[in-house]
Design a protein around this ligand. Structure first.
Ligand code: 5GP
Length: 112
């Protein structure tokens, strides 16, 4: 099984890569919903947060620490949102765990 994000990780398709290590990759979203719209993606293909197993939960603090860093780097540390969509009915379109970091404007309602 592959995903569009796996293809980015493997450099089969291009993306603006902001950060990468053995566990995560951070890219600009191709279709930004805010002036700052970064995706923090696990390298391992985990479909979504509901499928995250205990053995992979160590990735979460790493993801949130990187979100803090990126928020500061992009100057939105005083106002940003981190979200992950779980399942198509929640708006998930890529079944590969990722967190959206959104900022740079006044963000609207939470429910969509
Ligand atoms: P989801 O809808 O699953 O929560 O989020 C998937 C995100 O991936 C969307 O915000 C979408 O714009 C972004 N996306 C989809 N395809 C690509 C791509 O090829 N490159 C990049 N950089 N982002 C993508």
């Amino acid at each position: 099984m592959t995903t569009i994000f796996k293809k980015i990780i493997e450099r089969d398709i291009s993306a603006e890569i902001l950060y990468e290590d053995d566990d995560i990759i951070c890219i600009h979203d191709k279709f930004p919903q805010a002036p700052i719209h970064i995706l923090i993606i696990t390298k391992k293909i985990i479909p979504n947060i509901q499928e995250l197993k205990v053995e992979d939960m160590h990735l979460l603090p790493k993801i949130f620490a990187k979100a803090q860093e990126l928020a500061s780097q992009f100057g939105v540390q005083d106002g940003y949102r981190i979200l992950t969509n779980n399942g198509p009915s929640a708006g998930q379109t890529v079944l590969h765990l990722h967190f959206h970091l959104l900022g740079g404007k006044v963000l609207g309602g939470k429910g969509g």
